[in-house]
Design a protein around this ligand. Structure first.
Ligand SMILES: NC(=O)c1ccc[n+]([C@@H]2O[C@H](COP(=O)([O-])OP(=O)(O)OC[C@H]3O[C@@H](n4cnc5c(N)ncnc54)[C@H](OP(=O)(O)O)[C@@H]3O)[C@@H](O)[C@H]2O)c1
Length: 233
């Protein structure tokens, strides 16, 4: 397990829900945090919660559904003039549950893939090359083990694409100090998970931090579970 005190972590969708827990968990280990939400305003509650930690905090904001706004987010991060050591691709969207699972529209498919897959790919491309140059980086992409739910087909398929994308990128990182892995948080009570979900949002800690703490020669291109883990902090 590595030390991450003083490292810088960008966590997409850390204004609430699971991303907020990731921010708090990493901050507790002394990691500096770049909070991201869709708006400046939405970042404020996480920034307030982070005040009790002796770390640097930043925020960037914008939609992950459009090329221009993703590029704008990347520019906001680059203008902070700090190295990104940990990229936690957490933000995602899940559209409506369709009882008639043949009724998902093209727009729903496309919008889901834009946020859940293409923005993730773009953020990886913006930050992984400089991690390779510096010889250190941890990238974690949030997936889901949602199964047999064609009623949520665009979301489910986009999450299998996350696994595939992460695994493909991992094959290029073998001899570098950069590790990329993907993690399922479990069924969690958040705006996305809903009120009937199995676990409270705090239940993702500490397991959700495990892929950020792997050694330089540790797992790469592997699946992690936030609930089913053996991390001891
Ligand atoms: N909850 C579960 O049961 C569950 C299960 C498996 C996997 N997951 C995965 O875990 C991750 C986090 O889920 P969650 O339950 O914490 O979700 P959530 O409560 O809905 O939070 C979503 C976060 O993503 C941001 N976001 C949403 N749409 C965005 C967009 N179009 N562009 C940019 N940012 C956007 C939100 O920002 P604003 O606050 O500004 O809106 C918020 O910070 C997702 O990848 C999800 O698929 C969740």
């Amino acid at each position: 397990m590595i030390e991450i005190a003083g490292k810088n972590a960008l966590i997409t969708g850390s204004s609430r829900g699971i991303g907020q827990q990731i921010a708090l968990g990493l901050a507790k280990l002394g990691c500096n945090i770049i909070v991201h939400g869709r708006t400046k305003q939405s970042c404020t509650s996480t920034l307030d919660l982070l005040k009790k930690y002796n770390i640097a905090t930043y925020h960037v904001y914008g939609e992950l559904s459009e090329k221009d706004s993703v590029e704008d987010i990347i520019n906001q991060v680059k203008s902070l003039d700090i190295d990104i050591d940990i990229l936690y691709n957490n933000a995602a969207i899940m559209k409506d549950f369709h009882e008639d699972y043949w009724s998902h529209s093209w727009d729903e498919w496309i919008n889901t893939y834009k946020v859940n897959v293409i923005a993730m790919y773009t953020l990886c491309g913006a930050f992984i090359p400089s991690m390779i140059e510096r010889g250190f980086g941890r990238v974690i992409n949030i997936t889901s083990r949602i199964m047999h739910k064609p009623e949520l087909a665009p979301y489910g398929a986009s999450k299998w694409a996350v696994d595939k994308l992460s695994d493909d990128i991992a094959s290029k990182l073998i001899d570098t100090g950069v590790r990329i892995n993907y993690l399922d948080p479990g069924w969690i009570r958040t705006d996305l998970g809903g009120e009937n979900a199995e676990h409270p949002v705090e239940g993702v800690l500490p397991g959700i931090l495990a892929p950020a703490l792997v050694d330089n020669d540790g797992p790469n291109g592997e699946f992690f579970s936030a609930i089913d883990h053996n991390l001891k902090l």
